[in-house]
Write a new protein. Structure first.
Lengths: 505, 506
């Protein structure tokens, strides 16, 4: 790169465009400062300040998106590209982060561990993911992704006194480093191919998405470009947990602290799809390779996720594997987006529905009194409905929405994906998806069954009452979180008007 | 005529609102819960009867009381389009009648956590009313699912023997059926190019540009097997007897009586009018599978020793007649099917309710262990005999089922003569198991087991709390039996305006 490029970058440095991400960074740093300057008794307020600050940023982004005042177009010399989809991903990551902050607040209170760092890292990860969704350059993409991934390494092994958490952290570190290497290798190959002056369409700044897409369109048969594409997709597949890069998911989900599991399940997965959506534009010239590859991934992911979840008894593993199958459904949406314009809207709808459903499920799980949440099993849910009907309701709505049962949001998400797939004439994928849905009913039903149906079965032996369920009432925040998740899920299932116009608009 | 469209909306909304109210008034005690829930079941019946009285069969375009609301899915052509035509109105009324009976029966039952039980039942009722009032096929499906989910919950929590297994099996089977039919509906939506899920729009669009044969064939196949699983088409029926055997009686009444008609209704109102050539392609399949329903399942029903299972199998068996009537594709045949759907809904609901009352008195469903109950409970015996006769389709007491079945038989005779022999054999089979059940439960000597159980539970005749719901059902059955014209006129008009049925009749 010559100095001209840096000059060009400096000219287009519109810092105000990334105000939300900057605010997240400032908030993250100020949490650390607060820990120093606040007296020890007031430290409990820091998580609340984190949530409050994020709510303010969320409000700013949402009002900006609704009013359409956010600028669109390239910035930072083509490093970032701002558009409506990116705004929605910003909202998504902020929403997920707020809810993970809440989970962290509940979960970390049970342990004697430093708390503030957790929120600090969480905020940094979220800011990185928000930038990732707007990345328009492989350097930006990689830096943002690594910022988030390094944060994840820490958060996964945050419970440093429990071996499962450390084990999960190590596994995530090794697998994550491997996948980053694969991704980076792919990027390097693409760089090498795209900046070869002997080929048509080459450019100096060949990692810019637009330039690369132009190069690939001019040289669709370039072997280096093709291999680079496959390696990049492999790296992304690790993030979304697509087969065969899903192997880390059950162990890491199980070992990681519950809030981190939620963050991995929601934000990390969505980040993968944000990348895939922008990469599908870059690789559109390689469509004959790109889409069959994604189709194969989708089929295997749906089948593996659902069948592997069938035999699991551990709650976090079930949810992890069910998340794998959701990634498969979303991949169908990405493939359909090739021919159906609004399929990317369907993906966003699905992701938001998934966020709300996960919020409901995880907010319930975090309230189960178990010292070590890595061995929460289905049996720990026994009598949940009887002992705490409110938690039972939250779990039912969340799991029902994940299963895609009307009138919940998850159903509308699946419906939109199915319609898009049908319009794109992906009949084979649709068939696999239906098999997946029917199989998934079995394990989702299993969760609900253990929470609800055994209620009167154990009456004979009253002695052996499970201890994992709190009989007492939840705090105000706990109720609020579950109520928001339930209400959002129902609203998106019954009456999508405000939301869908916002998505499409 | 659209003045009273809000009544249609209310009959869907009232049960759902009442459902949430039952949870709130729980702390005020049992009577409050009972009053709220019974009101939630009674108002839709009043609305439905009122609409029935107002309905003018010659309504242009077929649909009366039409309303259209946007819910936010306009981008894929979905809106909450409600209205009733000649076919849906009788079923709408039937749903409200069975709903009230089931609700009354549930409200006086001894179910644990009564308010939650009634909550599920009321949500189910709201869904049922919505199914028959939907013109938009997306909402048609949506309301079906809304009614289906509480069924699983009720079977799983309040069910009897094997409830966990039964709930799981029902859920998986019915989800598969629902998914197949959903894909079938999506196929129609996408391939028609009408960009709408609205039945009227789709019909107009497809009348001008019918779908290619190959599309019709697979779309109809998806709908046939999707709906087929939901209606317990042989050999995909195995969830039904098991599920009904385990379900609490009110849930079984609503599911077997009303919700199961969703699939038939979908074939009559959606699949066949939109995909007439697809129907031609699958006709033979329907005939043979329906024969499986009548003969194979009929014989299995004969072999049952468990009263509730037997009723479950007999209900599966009767779906065979319905499929045959649909296969005949004439106004007479399909009209007979609609009439039979109404009558069968009332009858099977009554039978499930009465069998539970029998169980309360004998403490068993095993017919071998019963006997002589008529002496102790003559009123119950009278109701049961009446309901069983109706179910067999005997013309004697002027009951509704006879008219439906006789029209189906005549249409089937016109369709394929030889089928009538099979159908008559089916009547003999159902007479055998039906009459034998009456004999072994109510007549003969009291068995040792029955005498034994009387030491614990004294046997009394039906109380008024039990008689009222039974009377509601039986009065309507008699009414339709004596004045079938009140129902058939509107069905006829609606079907004759449907070219696909009208052609065959001529």
């Amino acid at each position: 790169m010559s100095t001209e490029i840096f000059q060009k970058i400096a000219e287009t440095n519109t810092w105000s465009w990334i105000a939300p991400e900057l605010a997240m960074g400032v908030l993250a740093l100020s949490l650390l400062v607060l820990e120093v300057i606040l007296p020890k008794v007031a430290h409990g307020a820091i998580p609340r300040i984190a949530i409050l600050g994020q709510l303010v940023i969320l409000g700013y982004v949402v009002t900006g998106t609704c009013a359409g005042t956010f600028p669109a177009g390239e910035a930072f010399g083509g490093m970032l590209y701002f558009d409506g989809t990116g705004q929605l991903f910003r909202v998504f990551f902020l929403g997920a982060s707020i809810f993970v902050s809440y989970l962290g607040m509940v979960s970390l209170d049970k342990r004697l561990l430093p708390q503030v760092e957790y929120f600090h890292i969480l905020l940094v990860i979220t800011a990185a993911l928000m930038l990732l969704a707007q990345a328009n350059h492989f350097v930006m993409l990689f830096v943002a992704l690594e910022t988030a991934t390094v944060g994840f390494y820490i958060l996964v092994s945050y419970f440093r006194h429990t071996t499962v958490s450390l084990e999960a952290g190590l596994k995530y570190l090794i697998m994550g480093a491997l996948s980053s290497t694969i991704l980076l290798f792919g990027i390097v190959l693409l760089y090498g191919a795209g900046s070869n002056p002997a080929l048509a369409g080459s450019s100096q700044d060949s990692l810019n998405f637009g330039n690369l897409a132009g190069f690939l369109a001019a040289n669709p048969d370039d072997t280096l470009g093709l291999i680079g594409m496959i390696l990049v997709i492999s790296g992304v597949a690790f993030k979304i947990g697509a087969f065969p890069f899903q192997i880390w998911i059950p162990d890491v989900y199980q070992g990681a602290p519950l809030p981190t599991t939620a963050l991995l399940a929601v934000s990390s997965k969505a980040a993968g799809f944000a990348m895939l959506l922008s990469l599908s534009k870059v690789f559109s010239a390689l469509g004959d390779w790109f889409y069959p590859l994604l189709s194969a991934l989708a089929v295997l992911t749906i089948l593996f996720g659902n069948f592997a979840a069938l035999t699991q008894r551990n709650l976090k593993r079930v949810i992890g594997l069910s998340g794998v199958s959701h990634a498969g459904f979303l991949l169908i949406g990405v493939i359909a987006a090739r021919t159906v314009d609004w399929a990317s809207t369907a993906i966003l709808f699905y992701l938001f529905a998934y966020l709300l459903a996960s919020a409901a499920v995880f907010s319930v799980l975090v309230h189960l009194n178990k010292d070590d949440d890595s061995d929460l099993t289905l049996d720990d849910l026994g009598d949940l409905a009887k002992k705490n009907g409110f938690l039972g309701l939250g779990l039912a709505v969340g799991v029902g929405s994940l299963a895609g049962i009307p009138p919940l949001a998850g159903f509308i998400g699946k419906l939109l994906i199915f319609i898009a797939a049908f319009k794109a004439e992906l009949y084979g994928l649709l068939g696999v998806a239906i098999v997946g849905v029917v199989v998934s009913i079995y394990y989702y039903f299993g969760i609900l069954k253990s929470a609800f149906f055994d209620v009167w079965q154990f009456q004979a032996d009253e002695e052996e009452a499970p201890t994992a369920i709190p009989g007492s009432a939840l705090g105000f925040l706990g109720k609020l979180a579950i109520v928001i998740a339930i209400a959002g899920t129902l609203l998106l299932g019954f009456y999508q008007s405000p939301f869908s116009s916002w998505l499409v608009g | 005529m659209n003045d009273f469209a809000s009544l249609v909306q209310f009959s869907i909304a009232v049960p759902i609102v009442a459902a949430f109210l039952t949870l709130f008034v729980k702390s005020w005690g049992r009577p409050a819960v009972q009053i709220v829930s019974v009101t939630g079941f009674a108002l839709p019946l009043i609305f439905a009867l009122f609409l029935w009285g107002l309905y003018d069969p010659s309504t242009p375009g077929g649909y009366a009381f039409v309303s259209n609301l946007d819910t936010g899915l306009e981008m894929i052509g979905v809106s909450l389009h409600l209205g009733l035509n000649g076919v849906s109105l009788p079923l709408f009324v039937m749903a409200s009648v069975v709903g009230l009976a089931a609700g009354l029966f549930a409200a006086q039952s001894k179910a644990e956590n009564l308010s939650r039980y009634l909550f599920c039942l009321l949500i189910m009722q709201g869904g049922l009313m919505g199914v028959f009032a939907s013109i938009d096929i997306f909402f048609f499906y949506f309301f079906h699912e809304l009614a289906l989910i509480p069924t699983f919950i009720m079977v799983g929590i309040w069910g009897g023997r094997d409830r966990n297994y039964a709930a799981m099996k029902m859920t998986i089977y019915l989800t598969l059926g629902a998914m197949l039919s959903l894909v079938g509906l999506i196929a129609i939506y996408v391939k028609s190019g009408a960009e709408s899920f609205d039945l009227i729009t789709l019909k107009a669009h497809l009348a001008e540009m019918p779908l290619a044969d190959s599309v019709q064939n697979y779309a109809f196949g998806l709908l046939l097997f999707g709906f087929g699983i939901l209606v317990s088409l042989w050999p995909l029926h195995t969830w039904a007897p098991l599920g009904y055997g385990a379900a609490p009686s009110s849930a079984a009444m609503l599911h077997a009586g009303v919700l199961k008609k969703f699939g038939l209704y979908g074939l009559v109102q959606v699949a066949i009018p939109l995909l007439p050539d697809g129907m031609g392609h699958w006709e033979n399949w329907i005939v043979w599978l329906a024969l499986g329903n009548i003969l194979v399942v009929g014989l299995i029903a004969m072999a049952q020793r468990d009263l509730k299972q037997m009723i479950g199998y007999s209900s599966v068996m009767h779906m065979g007649y319905a499929f045959l009537g649909i296969a005949a594709m004439s106004v007479l045949g399909v009209g007979g099917v609609v009439l039979m759907m109404v009558a069968h809904g009332l009858t099977v609901a009554l039978l499930f309710m009465l069998s539970t009352m029998v169980h309360h008195r004998t403490q068993t469903f095993e017919m071998n262990e019963m006997g002589g109950l008529a002496k102790k409970a003559p009123v119950l015996a009278a109701f049961f005999v009446c309901a069983m006769m109706a179910s067999i389709g005997l013309p004697g007491p002027g009951l509704a089922n006879f008219w439906g079945e006789i029209s189906i038989f005549l249409a089937v005779y016109d369709f394929r003569n030889w089928l009538v022999y099979a159908v008559v054999a089916g009547i003999v089979i159902s007479a055998i198991y039906g009459l034998r059940a009456i004999a072994s439960v109510f007549y003969g000597e009291e068995t040792d087991e029955f005498i034994e159980s009387q030491k614990e539970v004294s046997v009394e005749d039906m109380s008024w709390a039990e008689r009222v719901p039974a009377l509601i059902l039986i009065v309507v059955m008699f009414f339709i039996g004596f004045f079938p014209k009140t129902v058939t006129e509107s069905i006829n008009d609606a079907l004759e305006s449907e070219p696909v049925y009208a052609q065959v009749g001529e």
